[in-house]
Ligand binder design. Sequence first.
Ligand code: ZN
Length: 222
Amino acid sequence: MKLTVAEENYIKAIYKLESQHTKATTNGLAAMLETSPAAVTDMANRLQKKKLISYEKYYGLKLTPSGKKHAMHIIRRHRLWECFLVEKLGFGWDEVHHLAEELEHIRDERLIERLAHFLQYPSFDPHGDPIPDAAGTLKTAPHIPLSHAPVQQPLKVSGVADQSAALLRFLQQKGIAPGTRLRVLHIYEYDGSVEIKLLKQSSFTLSQQVANNIYVQTYGKN
Ligand SMILES: [Zn+2]
């Protein structure tokens, strides 16, 4: 079943709300998609007819298993394009989201599979978000915010919670990106700031606010 761009954007918006454990209400979606509640109701009826969502006035919009599968494919396309733009075309990771918002709507399966193959089947996008596989399955890795990470253990940056361009540029200046290896030397009790050390660099301190927005994973010595 081919969906329109508008339908895909609704599916994605509902998925986003559900993944944040927020009920997708007509008003909530209207605000998120900058449209009117009446337009959301129209679309809700359309999506329900296609069995992509279940919709009841007071319970909001919920993705059906088929709706969720579509959502995973849209997200897969979005995140693969972000990888391509950063790794192959040299865009900054703060520049690619809005481009991927458009590219994600190209639904040629052969194109997407060749893209995935060309990129050697990445598991994470440049922001550290996991990429669903071709079957639409998402493997989520355990993320720890840097502000709560274990001290003196090898850590790898797995993603960022806040994807604002300002934060991404700040991290880039500090040499921090998904995959960066580091250790926490000290977490200061006074203000929660975190002293870290990247490989072959002298240590520096990040504010608690920044550390809260960086996710890391521990990894073995090998
Ligand atoms: Zn994005």
